[in-house]
Design a protein around this ligand. Structure first.
Ligand code: MF3
Ligand code: CO
Length: 267
């Protein structure tokens, strides 16, 4: 069942999404080689709790951490660990919160220091594809229009692998609501979008083949070919002429550009 929100609820969901953006901004300020993703997990959980919210991933279907930290060949749902990050790592940070009963859930991918040109381009194109999808999130379009826009930019135009097993989703009082939002599909097909439907749109794009597998930990999704994968996620609200983006990359990007340990050469 698709649940459209009231204007007041959308305003609350913007607060939830923005709190995630502020949390990822804290990561953008300190991220560098030598740090561990468990340190980031702790920082994020404390920041969220200090702001009166609950980290929503912890214990969700048994997920054992506060954030997902997906490095290089990890597509999504990577466990934070004690492994120091290193130059050239591609790090996706995905975080969810519950604030005033409403979920925020979004993700951003950082590049630490010097990285391979092909990995840097993958980050740029995946972020671009997110916005191509968001552009289609308007009233009377269909889920397939968002899906195709992402697939067209990544798979068709750039030859990347679009992960099929994981999808975006509706968001609200629950972390996952209808409809599912795949990153591949046919224009003009699928659920018709209504005003004030809130969606998490989240391209997961592989440099090589689209094939993935889940580690023995039951969560960590990796590329079969071991090549890097990139993940960006925005929370958006469907509107008549232009989607309203509830999460805020501008504060993350400002911190990212100010951190000389991060690679922002694709801007
Ligand atoms: N952004 C992911 C999703 O929407 C994060 C879920 S991780 C989990 O599915 F731990 F909460 F499952
Ligand atoms: Co999500």
């Amino acid at each position: 069942m698709m649940i459209c929100k009231t204007e007041a609820e959308v305003a609350l969901m913007k607060e939830s999404a923005t709190l995630v953006s502020k949390t990822i901004t804290e990561v953008a300020k300190v991220l560098k080689s030598g740090m561990t993703t468990l340190e980031l997990d702790k920082l994020c959980a404390e920041f969220v709790k200090d702001h009166g919210a609950i980290p929503s991933f912890l214990n969700y279907r048994g997920y054992p951490h506060n954030i997902c930290a997906s490095v290089n060949d990890v597509v999504v749902h990577g466990f934070p660990d004690n492994e120091p990050l290193k130059e050239g790592d591609i790090v996706s940070i995905d975080m969810g919160v519950i604030l005033n009963g409403w979920h925020g859930d979004h993700a951003y991918t950082f590049i630490i220091g010097d990285a391979a040109d092909e990995a840097i381009k993958l980050v740029r194109v995946t972020k671009e594809s997110l916005y191509k999808g968001v552009e289609k999130a308007i009233v009377n379009n269909r889920v397939g229009d968002i899906a195709y826009a992402i697939q067209e930019h990544t798979e068709i135009k750039n030859g990347y692998g679009v992960v099929r097993e994981l999808v975006g989703h509706g968001l609200g009082k629950s972390l996952h609501e209808d409809p599912q939002v795949p990153n591949y599909g046919k224009r003009g097909t699928g659920t018709k979008l209504k005003e004030n439907l809130v969606l998490a749109i989240e391209p997961m794009i592989n440099l090589g083949s689209r094939d993935v597998y889940t580690d023995t930990d039951g969560w960590t999704v990796r590329t079969r070919d071991g090549k890097p994968s990139v993940h960006f996620e925005h929370d958006i609200c469907v509107k008549k002429s232009q989607a309203l983006i509830l999460s805020d990359y501008s504060i993350i990007e400002a911190a990212e550009k100010a951190n000389s340990n991060l690679n922002t050469s694709y801007y």
